[in-house]
Structure formats: C-alpha cells, structure tokens
Ligand binder design. Structure first.
Ligand code: GLA
Length: 403
C-alpha cells in the first residue's frame, strides 16, 4: 500500500471505530540498518534508511471534550482510557501503548497541554521484527502531537523525546538510531549519523540498479531483552578499561594494548564495535561512489563480527547470510547481514534489482528447507521520514507535508 492509500485506509478505520472523521493523520516509517550495528550507544556511526512501511495514526478531539485519550490499534487490543489529569505512568512491561504513552508524557513534560483525543493506529511495519516498529509508533505519535498541540520540536529534540519514551516507558535502553532515521529519513537517501555529535548526513542512493532486500526470519530468540543491556554494559566496561569516554575514542591498536585489562568476552565486544565504526564510514563512501561490491563485502564482514565477536546473531540469520553468499555476485547478491538488535528479526541483502525475484525465491525455499520456517521477504527503496498526512479539517482530502 502507498502512504496515500494507507492514510485513506486508516481514516476509514477511524470513522468505523469512533463514528466521526479524523482531524489529524500522521505517519512515520520503520527502518533497516544497512551497516553500523550496536555502534549508536558507543558514540559511533550508523547507516540506516527508512523503509516504505509505516505506522499511521489518525486522531480527533474526544467527544464531549473529556480529558482522556483513547487508543485503538487495528492489530492489537485497545488501551484503557488514559486520564490526562493524572501523572502518566508506564503500564506493565511489554504493553504496546507504553510507546505512545511515553511520548504524550514527554510532550507534557515540555509544557505542551494536549486535550483529550481519540486515536486509531494502523501499521505495515512488521511488529517485533527488528525493523523499528516501536520507533515508528513513537515518532508517528510525536508528529501527531506536534500538530495537535502546536508544539513543534526540532528533529533532534523529537528523536530524543521518543528515545526517552522508550527508555522510561518501555524499559528498553536503546540508542538513538531508530528514532533519528524515522524522523529524518529521505527518499533515495541513506542516513549517515554521527551518534556523538548527532550530525546527520544524507548519503544519496539513487542508483535504481540496486535494492535492499529485507528477509524476516520470523523468529525471535531474545527472551527477556536483557541481552541488549548486557552488551551495552560490556562496551562501557571496555571503554573504562581503556580509559576512554566511549569506544568511539579507541582504535584497534589502543584495544590491543589494553587487552590484558579486560576479560576475553569484553575484548571481543570491543573488537566488534571498533571495527564496525570503521566499516560504516567506509560503506558510506562506497554508497556515494556506487561501489556496490565494496559495500557488500563490508556487510558480510559486519555479519561475521556480529556473529563471532558480538554474539547477537542466531542460526536462522546465519542461514540467510550463507544462502545469500552462495548466490553470490554472479547471481546478483553483493552482500548480506543481520540488521537491528539481533537474536532473530531480519537480515538485509544488497541485491541487483533485476535479479530480485530469483534471489527471493532461492532464499525463501532454501531457508524453509533448512529451518522449517517460512520467511517473509520484501524490497524497499530508501523512503521519507515522518510525514503529516492530514492536518486540520476532518473529511477534507488528505495532503502531504514533509516535516
Ligand atoms: C536496536 C536499538 C538501536 C541499536 C540497534 C543495534 O535496534 O533500538 O538503538 O542499538 O538495536 O544497532
């Protein structure tokens, strides 16, 4: 579905549930990270792109002007009414409305006074598939609240407010990549983000002869979410042992010299991060030069490092990367790696556009033969970030404005 069709569909769903038209509609995309994994919370570089999958939120002031918020989702159970006269507190861990709730709380903390409203959420970002469905939900809610309250945040403040919502309400100590790309994505561009200075740099990727093929393993092995926090802590330990503010400040040589001051596992975690930051900068140069062979090789190297040193891959992700490598450049695959936090979720492959169908068919059948699980595959070009689909009068034709 195009974004325009999605907006129309979500508006119709809103009318069906609430019996009146939506006044505002906002959308924000999911993302795929091309390279730069587990580097954002180490002050490093990341190179994600927004994908053509969105979370759309339609809303209107509540009937009777009550001070409460109703949240309906087309995919999940409805949230209980949220009373805006009370201090907002997180619901139980794992509850989907913690994301919008955290964003509303963030706006209130910044002095915005949202009135009661009814909202309906519809998403084409696979839930929990490692494509940042949570950032898409946070950023679409923030974009809605900007319209509703008139409090416009700059892109950096908006991404940070959403990240804080995830930390405090969802209990996930994520970095800043997902929220930044969902806010700042641009059609036909990757985003090279320096997570230390927070300086975003758009890297054009207009060459239509290549595409990103996203392969969802349809498995999730992370049981408690504790592995992510543990990796973060190990990186902090390594930086401390090397006496640097963060691993961004270390080099392979500095790490080697400090090897005796840390245990073997912490050493390997740091190896990954230091190498990955370097690979990411090189990959951005490769994209600028349309040097797809180089970018692809860096993607394979990233995967090996995440598998062996960072230990966040899993058998299913490794299987996809192995199949992709067997197809090889001859068959139109330049590179492949796991993407996102790991332990399941998605792999991303850089492929020749004219070979996408054949590559998809091979990966799907060989993955299923190896694992007995059906994967989900789709192609995406780099898409736009958060978008206002409708602002203002209900029932009028939707219009688009980039934020
Ligand atoms: C998750 C987090 C991001 C980032 C990635 C790993 O997606 O939300 O901030 O740390 O994992 O690169």
């Amino acid at each position: 579905m195009t974004l325009s069709e999605l907006g129309t569909y979500t508006a119709q769903q809103f009318e069906q549930v609430y019996g009146r038209p939506a006044r505002w509609i906002a959308a924000a995309p999911g993302r795929v990270n091309v390279i730069g994994e587990h580097t954002d919370y180490n002050d490093g570089f990341v190179l994600p792109m927004a994908i053509e999958r969105y979370t759309v939120i339609a809303a209107a002031p509540s009937d009777g002007h009550s001070g409460s918020v109703q949240l309906h989702s087309t995919a999940q159970n409805s949230a209980p009414p949220i009373d805006l006269s009370q201090t907002l507190k997180p619901a139980a861990k794992g509850t989907w409305w913690n994301y919008p709730l955290g964003v509303i709380a963030g706006f209130i903390r910044q002095g915005a006074r949202p009135g009661g409203f009814d909202a309906l959420i519809h998403s084409t970002v696979p839930l929990g598939g490692g494509l940042s469905s949570s950032a898409a939900l946070e950023v679409s809610t923030a974009t809605l609240l900007e319209m509703m309250t008139g409090k416009e945040l700059g892109p950096v403040d908006k991404a940070l407010l959403c990240q804080k919502a995830e930390h405090e309400f969802a209990g996930m100590p994520c970095g800043i990549m997902d929220q930044f790309i969902s806010v700042l994505g641009r059609k036909d561009h990757l985003l090279l983000l320096d997570c230390r200075s927070r300086k975003p740099e758009l890297v054009p990727m207009r060459d239509g002869s290549v595409a990103l093929l996203i392969v969802n393993t349809n498995v999730k092995h992370e049981l408690t979410g504790g592995e992510y926090a543990q990796r973060r802590a190990q990186c902090e330990q390594a930086a401390e042992a090397l006496a640097v503010p963060s691993l961004r400040d270390a080099t392979a040589q500095v790490l080697e010299q400090g090897r005796a001051r840390m245990d073997e596992t912490v050493f390997r975690r740091a190896c990954h991060v230091i190498g990955e930051i370097e690979r990411t900068v090189h990959a951005a140069e490769g994209v600028r030069a349309s040097n797809w062979t180089t970018v692809g090789q860096l993607m394979y190297a990233s995967h090996a490092s995440l598998r062996d040193d960072y230990e966040v891959s899993c058998a299913e992700l490794d299987a996809i990367v192995e199949i992709a490598a067997r197809i090889g450049t001859q068959g139109g695959v330049f590179g492949c790696r796991m993407t996102g936090g790991g332990f399941g979720g998605c792999a991303v492959a850089l492929v020749r556009t004219d070979a996408v169908d054949a590559i998809s068919a091979t990966i799907a059948s060989e993955y299923e033969a190896a694992t007995r699980i059906k994967p989900t595959l789709f192609v995406s070009r780099p898409a736009a970030g958060a978008t206002i689909v409708r602002s203002g009068e209900a029932g009028g034709p939707p219009y688009f404005r980039r934020r």
